[in-house]
Ligand binder design. Structure first.
Ligand code: COA
Length: 174
């Protein structure tokens, strides 16, 4: 386990999620978090939590690919409790994106539970950019599976991975 004292004044935050797959909405939150913290660890939640389209390895690889070049950003998989992962990484905060009022109740519940589990860790909320406030990974999966256009909503590498997953060719896309 990393002792926060040992990493000195470095401000480390974890941005957790399932990222099935990562979208431009997530990327926007990551880029903005970079301005607030010295290091952002993107914590990709393990397979035991949701029935995912992409395997844990595929999700981690996609997040790595699309965040390559972002300074101070690292991508790691985690299993089990988020707060155990946060402690192991020596992070002082968890970053969460808020898309709409409907996110609030769940986020409120989670942040209070996480505070009970780890008193010293804060949850920091960033408002998602308005152009992505309607986005979710499942809506992207659904539209892609039916051959709909998801350009501009996910990075090109994710778009390619989705169409490959659904066996769609350039021609069969709408
Ligand atoms: N832009 C676009 N989409 C976004 C977004 C953004 N900024 N922020 C969230 N979303 C989407 C996600 O892709 C996800 O879509 P989906 O449900 O259609 O797949 C949805 O909004 C919900 O996101 P989120 O609340 O981040 O859920 P998640 O499944 O991605 O992550 C964990 C939840 C993994 C962080 C949480 O369950 C966890 O901490 N698990 C570990 C176990 C644990 O500690 N539990 C106790 C917690 S108190």
């Amino acid at each position: 386990m990393i002792n926060p004292q040992e990493v000195g004044a470095l401000r480390v935050a974890v941005y957790p999620g399932t990222f099935d797959p990562i979208t431009n909405g997530h990327l926007d939150v990551i880029k903005r978090s970079c301005k607030l913290f010295d290091r952002i660890i993107i914590g990709v939640a393990g397979d035991n939590y949701k029935n995912t389209l992409f395997s844990l390895e595929e999700r981690v690889a996609l997040v790595r690919e699309v965040t390559r070049g972002l300074e101070g950003v690292e991508v790691k998989a985690f299993q089990g409790l988020l707060m155990d992962f946060v402690r192991r990484e020596g992070a002082c905060a968890v970053v969460r994106g808020l898309r709409a009022v409907s996110d609030f109740e769940y986020e409120f519940q989670m942040s209070i539970m996480n505070k009970k589990l780890s008193e010293e860790v804060e949850t920091v909320f960033l408002m998602t950019a308005t152009e992505y406030s309607f986005l979710s990974s499942s809506i992207i999966r659904q539209v892609a599976s039916l051959g709909g256009c998801i350009r501009g909503l996910v990075p090109p590498a994710v778009e390619r991975a989705l169409y490959k997953k659904f066996n769609l060719t350039e021609k069969s896309k709408l």
